[in-house]
Design a protein around this ligand. Sequence first.
Ligand SMILES: Nc1ncnc2c1ncn2[C@@H]1O[C@H](COP(=O)(O)OP(=O)(O)O)[C@@H](O)[C@H]1O
Ligand SMILES: [Mg+2]
Length: 255
Amino acid sequence: MMANEFLFETVNLSKHFGALAAVDDVNLQIRRNTLHAIIGPNGAGKTTLFNLLSGNLKPTSGKVFYNGNDITGQPIHRMIHIGIGRSFQITNVFPNLTVFENIRLASQAMEKGNFRFLTDASRLKKCEERAWAVAEKVGLKEKAFSPARMLPHGDQRKLELGMILAPDPSVLLLDEPTAGMAAEQVPELIKLIREVQADGNKTVVLVEHNMNVVMSISDTITVMNLGKKLAEGSPEQITSNKEVQTAYLGGLYEL
Ligand SMILES: Nc1ncnc2c1ncn2[C@@H]1O[C@H](COP(=O)(O)OP(=O)(O)O)[C@@H](O)[C@H]1O
Ligand SMILES: [Mg+2]
């Protein structure tokens, strides 16, 4: 196991729902400090794979390694403490709390981890400082005291990103972060995700449907189909892969 090269590694990972192999014998390696996209048609198993990485689901068979350690089947709260942050396809924002309060609450998820040696008062202060820094990073400092429900949809997605960033995770698992966004807002969020990844030395695993976006920002792309890994490589390699073109991209997307 090359603990330092790969942040995540799955070995023969499978998840069955009854007779259906939603994830089928997948060997995946996510290189540290890269942006790694997972693409594939609806039902390919992308979200199930995320749930296996984040601990939301236990695999039927196979293993998940994080930093070279076997984390297969660990409970979700352990995952947050070892630095795995994820977004869900459903927005987890508290609508009646302000932007700042939402981010501060999220930052408290790491309180016992990084801040365990501090007193209660200085812990709270650290969380507040961190929340301000994150609000600024995601471009919502000016709207910090707005209730989350008042934000336009694009800003809600930024807030969601802020809430994932708040506990300072080493890896962000982002499942269709641009879903439901107006097309003209997508580039800004994607640029922000790339910045967060590059400036923060973080690893991002991204499921995204917009192929232009995926091709322009990914370091590595894994293509899934029917639970299996169909192909993997750089955007150039994926674009020119005949099997991928035939099975998936050809009919659906302009490359
Ligand atoms: N909890 C579940 N119970 C039964 N089947 C599921 C469940 N979750 C996902 N599936 C099935 O597993 C397959 C993969 O789903 P999913 O991982 O959501 O794909 P994707 O995110 O690529 O669209 C689909 O056929 C889906 O219907
Ligand atoms: Mg999905």
